[in-house]
Design a protein around this ligand. Structure first.
Ligand code: HEM
Length: 175
């Protein structure tokens, strides 16, 4: 009968090398689940704890929301092409002032497609296509609708609300 002691040194070395990947996979799985539990715990225990994210943190110093009426046509003036004007993004008819993120929403910015308009449908679809950045989001799937609502929440916690779109097509009044 062959026992561990009868294995040659090189056979033992090979055995331990082969078990290394398994060890790391198990270790990683454990550390990931611990990290997730840790994140849940810290957010429940400490409301100020922000999870590490590439997204900007919440802005706790927002102005009271304004109900100023905007038509979709009037919004076009706030698309970032005039540096003298603020930049507005509307989501489900709520108009946000995103001027502080001119790098993203201004001319040439990655998300300029959403500036000066209501592009709710594109946000819900996670699409940066011009043809998707339209206000009528009534035919979004349930999961895309959730994405859109999450974006509305994200913007609400970071940007001042400066008005409401009064001629939003398709979507039912929700606000
Ligand atoms: C390869 C794909 C993508 C990458 C690498 C990416 C990367 C990023 C990064 C790094 C940020 C944080 C920017 C910052 O706060 O400075 C961000 C924010 C954002 N992304 Fe993307 N993104 C991608 C695709 C998309 C798509 C398809 C959409 C369409 C809905 C989208 C919409 C947004 C929006 C609305 C923000 C929030 C910006 C804000 O803070 O106001 N992204 N993305």
């Amino acid at each position: 009968m062959e026992t561990l002691s009868s294995l040659t040194t090189s056979q033992l070395l090979l055995l331990s090398l082969l078990s290394l990947p398994a060890f790391y996979i198990i270790k990683r799985a454990f550390s990931v689940s611990t990290a997730v539990e840790g994140a849940d715990k810290s957010s429940a225990d400490d409301k100020d704890a922000q999870p590490k994210s590439i997204m900007q943190p919440e802005n706790l110093d927002l102005s009271p929301p304004s109900d100023a009426p905007y038509t979709l046509d009037a919004l076009k003036a706030f698309d970032g092409s005039d540096p003298a004007k603020p930049i507005y993004v509307s989501i489900k008819g709520t108009v946000f002032d995103v001027s502080k993120k001119e790098d993203l929403y201004g001319r040439g910015g990655s998300y300029n497609i959403f500036a000066g308009k209501d592009g709710s449908k594109g946000l819900g679809m996670s699409s940066l296509k011009e043809e998707d950045a339209v206000p009528d989001y009534s035919d979004l799937s349930e999961s895309d609708m959730k994405v859109l609502n999450d974006w509305h929440g994200f913007f609400s916690k970071r940007y001042n609300i400066v008005g409401r779109v009064v001629d939003l097509p398709g979507a039912p009044e929700e606000h």
